[in-house]
Unconditional design. Structure first.
Length: 134
């Protein structure tokens, strides 16, 4: 069932709260994903910020995975940044996989091509290649 409007601020605060465990933050994200469309932009901004700033690689990778298929320029920017700049190969691999939503975008295709050739992780290189071939 959708999250009622009065529950959205609490869930958004939980996502942003770095004192919460990664599991608690991801659970809040999953609950917010069912929110009404009028809250969608705020949700995407919160999740994009989490992808860009969380100290937990698990949180960053799970946030990318759980937002797969959400077509938003702000989210695309955060996932592209994860592919090109994240220190953790698991996050880069998840980003390479889930950038398929935008694989026809020139910037995304270029970043995937670069990752396919030059990423330090074979898993990321393989995932970028797979995404490009879809």
């Amino acid at each position: 069932p959708p999250v009622p409007d009065d529950g959205v601020p609490s869930l958004k605060a939980q996502i942003a709260d770095t004192t919460k465990t990664p599991e608690e933050r991801i659970q809040a994200l999953l609950q917010l994903r069912t929110t009404a469309s009028k809250e969608r932009a705020a949700l995407v901004d919160s999740v994009a910020l989490m992808i860009e700033t969380s100290e937990s690689a698990d949180v960053r990778a799970n946030a990318i995975r759980h937002m797969h298929g959400v077509d938003s320029p702000r989210l695309k920017q955060a996932v592209l940044l994860a592919l090109t700049k994240d220190a953790d190969a698991r996050v880069r691999e998840q980003a390479a996989k889930d950038l398929d939503t935008w694989r026809r975008d020139a910037d995304v295709a270029a970043a995937l091509e670069a990752a396919k050739i030059a990423d330090t992780s074979e898993k990321v290189r393989r995932r970028a290649s797979d995404t490009l071939s879809k």
